[in-house]
Write a protein that binds this ligand. Structure first.
Ligand code: URA
Length: 419
């Protein structure tokens, strides 16, 4: 088999066989097929798509590229959540303490920022010491002792996806239903949970720009889950405007702590509660979402969620004192006010532009080897739908590098419409 022929076939709209998919994935993972050929295949897939059989084949090839965890020995139900990515989407962070307080095991394997979207791992690493690089033995030990482990994909879990994910991030080939399905499901199936909740985003800041496409992606994820003998539920959520008030790694931990106290912005707290309720229903802890929601809300005042978060941080070598003192996560040196140029109503606050602006401040990566600045980001003082007076502050830009500011401000202006 020749990689050239596989690329050519897909470029012409052909359907790849399982052995062609295996050949490309095995060859790329082992380093025999170079980045540029895989990038060409990804672009061909992006334009020509993959049918469900190809998507399933790609998922299986990527699962088989690494090891699988077996969680069948645990007495408690296992459930993981996955978001398809957004701007200001920190929901996994408050969700895990909430769900584990109900005796559900959450084996959470997350990713890093991808394109204009943030990643849970980068956010968690804003907490001093927090270690997401945990191998199989410690992962299973943490699940047993603490009902969760919030980790990155190890070298051994779906290594094909790990390499592909980084390549897609820098070759504009992320937004493909087949590629996203295989990427997410290869990690989820290898990680071993029996239940999944998918938060599939749509809108300008999501990989799926329309609700209809998000629905398609949700169906694709659910179908692969079912074929693998696991159970899934999903939520379609709006990502036309940033979620919550904070965009950027450290800032999103600050907001997560507020949510765990029962505070924080309404949109991000509501989505956390909705996803939590669905997880508690799918795992059989509650019969209905209403019952689950009632109990979830009751527990804020007990402090149990913060205790759980502190324990999770501590068990992963982080400093749990950040919960009481967010200043222990080093803030950015500078803050710039972004002000309204006129009086009116904020008609549009575009998630994509705001996401790119945060990335340009240092919160995300332009190239896969880039380091990020955990303290950089955007704090929204106003949200879409709010009224503003001329010169009123709309957002605060947290930054360390003065040279990055002008570009970031330009993207904010491009993403804002006041009428
Ligand atoms: N999240 C993933 O894990 N993979 C994708 O391709 C997109 C979002």
């Amino acid at each position: 088999m020749r990689m050239y022929d596989v690329i050519y076939k897909k470029r012409e709209g052909g359907k790849l066989t399982r052995s062609e998919i295996d050949y490309a994935i095995k060859g790329y993972t082992s380093g025999e097929i170079p980045d540029y050929q895989l990038a060409a295949l990804l672009m061909a897939v992006f334009f020509k798509g993959m049918d469900f059989e190809e998507t399933l084949g790609l998922t299986e090839a990527m699962v088989s590229s690494g090891e699988k965890y077996d969680l069948s020995g645990f007495d408690l139900p296992t459930c993981d959540k996955h978001s398809t990515g957004g701007v200001g989407d920190k929901i996994s962070i408050p969700l895990v303490p909430i769900i584990t307080s109900f005796d559900v095991i959450v084996p959470m394997m997350s990713g890093r920022g991808l394109g204009h979207t943030g990643g849970t791992l980068d956010k968690l690493e804003s907490i001093p010491g927090f270690n997401v690089n945990i191998g199989k033995k410690d992962f299973l030990r943490l699940l047993k002792k603490n009902r969760t482990a919030m980790i990155g994909q190890t070298e051994k879990i779906a290594p094909a996806d790990k390499k592909l994910y980084a390549l897609r991030d820098v070759t504009a080939t992320v937004e493909s239903i087949g590629l996203i399905t295989a990427s997410i499901m290869s990690k989820k199936l290898a990680e071993g949970a029996q239940h999944f909740i998918f938060d599939v985003k749509f809108g300008s800041g999501a990989f799926m720009k329309t609700r209809a496409l998000a629905e398609k992606l949700a169906c694709s994820l659910t179908k692969v889950t079912g074929i693998a003998g696991r159970k899934a539920a999903h939520v379609l959520s709006d990502m036309n405007t940033p979620l919550g008030n904070m965009i950027g790694n450290r800032l999103e931990i600050v907001e997560s702590i507020d949510i765990l106290k029962g505070g924080g912005p309404e949109d991000s707290r509501n989505l956390t509660e909705l996803l939590a309720a669905k997880m508690l229903v799918i795992t059989g802890i509650f019969r209905t979402e209403q019952e689950a929601l009632k109990e979830i809300r009751k527990r804020y005042s007990t402090g149990v969620y913060l205790e759980r978060f502190a324990k999770i941080i501590e068990m992963q070598a982080g400093d749990p004192r950040v919960i009481e003192n967010v200043g222990l996560m080093k803030p950015a040196r500078n803050i710039k006010e972004f002000k309204a140029s006129r009086r009116g109503l904020i008609k549009r606050m575009d998630a994509f532009e705001f996401g790119i602006s945060a990335l340009m401040l240092g919160a995300g990566r332009n190239r896969k080897e880039d380091h990020i600045d955990h303290s950089a980001g955007i704090e929204l003082i106003k949200k879409e739908g709010d009224k503003v007076a001329k010169n009123e502050v709309i957002a605060l830009l947290h930054y360390n590098n003065e040279n990055l500011l002008a570009g970031a401000l330009q993207r904010l202006r491009a993403g804002l419409c006041i009428e």
